[in-house]
Ligand binder design. Structure first.
Ligand SMILES: [Zn+2]
Length: 267
């Protein structure tokens, strides 16, 4: 049977979601909740003997917690989630790469823009990244409409785009909000179906989701479940696929290197 790949990814960042809901949270507290959740997540991955993952981190977060990021880098791929989560300037694409490479003392190959926002993609290759992962090929009202984008990985002029997964044809996104809000078995079945049809499942979460967020008055579809409940749900999800002999977890750059000529060209 053909081997199927799961790209499990996490956007390591300042917890700035409360700001969008008119809740004030200092920059230190935003970092702190990101850190608390990342610790919980890292403990889980350690318990599961580190299935390969990719961590897209803001350089700002990594500068505040370099030891934890270096510890993660011993088991997983580190990629860039630009410099700051709440603000962006084009130079941050390159600057975050340089900063992260100094911290982990290893090359950074991948990039993901916060909130999957659109930006000048020519900067990706120019900054020396191999791949971008800033396309969730679906329509999220008020956020983005990437329905015209391919759902499979594709080669652009000077980088490779690795879109996150949607259910084939209907393009239901299999991202963090679906994981939280769909009944567990429905989400699992949609992931299995996608994996069987395409051979690839590429999903993403945020470490802050795994911190205790019960004190925040934020719409529950965004933050519930959180903390240990969500850790347990992710554990159940990962363990299910670890038990399958035809499925494996992989770092994004390893997946790309193993499939060098199989990505469709858009040109
Ligand atoms: Zn983000």
């Amino acid at each position: 049977m053909k081997d199927k790949t799961i790209l499990l990814s996490f956007d390591v960042e300042e917890f700035d979601t409360p700001l969008r809901h008119r809740i004030r949270l200092t920059k230190d507290k935003q970092l702190h909740y990101g850190y608390l959740g990342l610790k919980n997540l890292f403990d889980l991955l350690q318990e599961l003997q580190h299935p390969a993952c990719t961590f897209y981190t803001t350089a700002n977060f990594a500068l505040h917690y370099p030891e934890l990021i270096c510890e993660i880098a011993q088991h997983h791929e580190i990629a860039s989630h630009t410099f700051y989560h709440s603000s962006f300037k084009p130079a941050d694409i390159l600057n975050s790469k340089i900063c992260l490479e100094e911290i982990i003392n290893a090359p950074i190959y991948g990039f993901r823009m916060p909130n999957m926002k659109d930006f000048d993609k020519s900067l990706i290759g120019e900054a020396g990244y191999i791949y971008d992962s800033s396309i969730n090929p679906t329509y999220l009202p008020g956020k983005y409409n990437y329905l015209a984008k391919p759902t499979k990985p594709y080669q652009e002029s000077n980088y490779i785009e690795i879109p996150t997964s949607v259910v084939p044809i209907v393009r239901i996104p299999l991202f963090w909000l679906a994981f939280k809000n769909f009944p567990f078995n429905l989400y699992l079945n949609l992931c299995k179906m996608t994996l069987n049809r395409t051979g690839l499942l590429h999903i993403y979460f945020h470490p802050w989701e795994f911190a205790d967020l019960s004190m925040f008055k934020i719409p529950s579809y965004i933050i519930k479940p959180n903390g240990q409940l969500l850790v347990d749900r992710l554990k159940q999800f990962i363990q299910y696929f670890l038990s399958k002999t035809d499925v494996h977890f992989e770092q994004t750059i390893d997946y790309i290197n193993k499939n060098p000529s199989s990505f469709i060209s858009k040109h």
